[in-house]
Design a protein around this ligand. Structure first.
Ligand code: TNX
Length: 511
């Protein structure tokens, strides 16, 4: 329609704003059907969350999101007889196409109903529901309502099983509270794996009882020479449980045989010459290696991985394997031919940076592709042999790359990565010879050479993490930059409420 010149655009009626809220969800759901006649659900002081017994924790989680901003009591009950009129989280029979993590979400005047086959599915539905309420629902202090969600129906399930984030706690140490903060943030976008890079040249961050100096000495500093730190086993178990409550599995990585200076500095006997190097606080890579010919190296690896497996309910242990420039090629192969069976013996699957494919692990092993080109023979051959591949192309998914030349944090070796770069690739046909069926999923790594505090994590992860999360969750048919940038703009006020210090990319018309 032609709007008269100079006439101000008419204010959108309220229900239009709410209808559009239904289509502003990130990651984009499989199908969104706003109610044709409008209508909305409204939280009131009488609202109750009604859950099945097996979904009680999801109900509690949702209540903890909704209580501070609304100031309502929002009790969580598992009693169908209370008469409805609230939010119901139902485990039960749903269409098999929803799979393990899918959900149906129905909003009408009387209530909200989320249905799924598993608690994970309900949890995903709850993340969508949060985004249907006004942004100030995320505030941690009491706000004014009205607390409305638009009526309609969403049916949703993920494209890929693995939707990951990685945090490097080795270059700079992040406290358990900082890690929990990031867990809360990534859960919003249906990320279901958190890979923790627990050891590198600059620091060893997990208590290992059989080799105690790894943490107490090897963890005593970080890039720049700060005090570093490490997680005690109790703290680490608590992180695993915290993540699990948010349906996120933690994948621990001990990088080897390179990236091991912190271990080599802690125990002289791990060095071929028997001498411990000093601790390292710079940001070079590729200078350290475990001693391949010493038997004690394998006792060390076995002890460490055994203790790590005990701390890990999840299916994977990540053994690194990247940038082993200080290890000869034959030594590298020899090393992994000893180490891979150790992981299998612990009943875990092995994950590694894609170089470890040189050692031809069994097809249950998960290679993580981090290259900057779309052709990689090792990875294509692995897909051909039957490996599933995890995709973290550095020039797309590395959250530590600078956005542009003015970004004060981050590195630039893989190029600048603006929001559109992070969003503009299709994991299902990205690496030559790796078809969609061979892709387990995507992961957005955040290396911390330049990052010291939560603010820094947030500035690099937001808004690119939601871009990678959408590539991992949403069907390719929903992929659309214009739609994404509009939906991203609507996240800004939510991040402000959550205290997330995000990068105001000039590509987005922030609300
Ligand atoms: C490469 S990618 C690394 C890390 C660095 C990162 C910085 C990979 C598997 N290794 O050691 O921290 O670049 O972007």
């Amino acid at each position: 329609a032609v709007v008269g010149a100079g006439a101000p655009a008419p204010a959108a009626p309220d229900h239009h704003a709410k209808e559009s809220r239904m289509t502003q969800v990130i990651p984009a759901p499989v199908s969104v059907t706003p109610n044709r006649h409008g209508g909305e659900f409204r939280l009131t002081p009488a609202t109750v969350i009604d859950t099945d017994r097996g979904a009680r924790r999801v109900g509690e989680y949702l209540a903890r999101v909704l209580r501070p901003s609304t100031g309502y009591r929002i009790p969580v009950v598992d009693d169908r007889r209370h008469g409805g009129g609230g939010i119901s989280l139902e485990l039960g029979r749903v269409s098999p196409t929803l799979g393990e993590e899918g959900y149906e979400l129905e909003v009408d005047r009387r209530g909200v109903e989320v249905k799924a086959a598993t608690a994970a599915g309900l949890f995903a539905g709850v993340q969508t529901l949060r985004q249907l309420f006004p942004a100030r629902i995320e505030a941690r202090t009491e706000q004014r309502g009205p607390w409305t969600a638009p009526a309609g129906r969403i049916v949703d399930y993920p494209r890929f099983a693995y939707r990951g984030a990685m945090l490097d706690v080795a270059r700079h140490f992040f406290s358990p509270d900082e890690v929990k903060r990031y867990i809360d943030q990534i859960a919003l976008y249906k990320i279901n794996r958190l890979h923790l890079h627990l050891a590198d040249d600059q620091g060893w961050r997990i208590e290992i009882e059989s080799w105690p100096r790894l943490a107490t000495y090897g963890g005593s500093t970080e890039v720049g020479g700060g005090p570093g730190g490490y997680y005690t086993k109790a703290q680490y178990r608590d992180l695993v449980a915290y993540a699990a409550e948010r349906h996120i599995e933690i994948i621990p990585e001990i990088d080897m045989p390179g990236h091991t200076n912190a271990a080599l500095a802690s125990y002289p006997e791990l060095n071929c010459n028997g001498e411990a190097p000093p601790l390292y606080t710079g940001i070079e890579v590729g200078f350290s290696s475990l001693c391949i010919e010493k038997e004690i190296t394998y006792r060390f690896v076995e002890d460490v991985l055994t203790e790590l497996a005990e701390l890990t309910p999840g299916e994977y242990l990540h053994v690194g394997g990247d940038e082993a420039q200080a290890t000869t090629e034959p030594d590298y192969l020899k090393f992994f031919q000893r180490v891979l069976p150790i992981v299998e013996g612990l009943g875990k699957k092995v994950a590694g940076w894609h170089e470890f494919l040189k050692a031809t692990p069994s097809t249950s092993a998960l290679p993580q592709f981090w290259g900057t080109t779309t052709s990689n023979a090792l990875v294509a051959e692995a897909a051909e042999r039957g490996h599933k591949i995890l995709l973290s192309p550095a020039n797309k998914a590395y959250l530590d790359m600078k956005y542009d030349a003015n970004t004060p944090l981050g590195l630039a070796w893989a190029g600048f990565t603006e929001v559109d770069d992070a969003y503009a690739w299709n994991p299902g046909e990205y690496v030559q010879g790796v078809p969609e069926a061979a892709v387990l999923g995507v992961e957005a790594p955040l290396w911390s050479e330049t990052l010291e505090v939560s603010d820094h994590i947030e500035f690099m992860a937001f808004p690119r993490l939601p871009a990678i999360a959408e590539l991992g969750w949403s069907p390719w048919s929903t992929h659309d930059w214009e739609s994404f940038r509009t939906r991203l703009a609507a996240q800004g006020p939510r991040w402000t409420e959550l205290g997330i210090d995000f990068y105001r990319s000039p590509q987005i018309d922030w609300q």
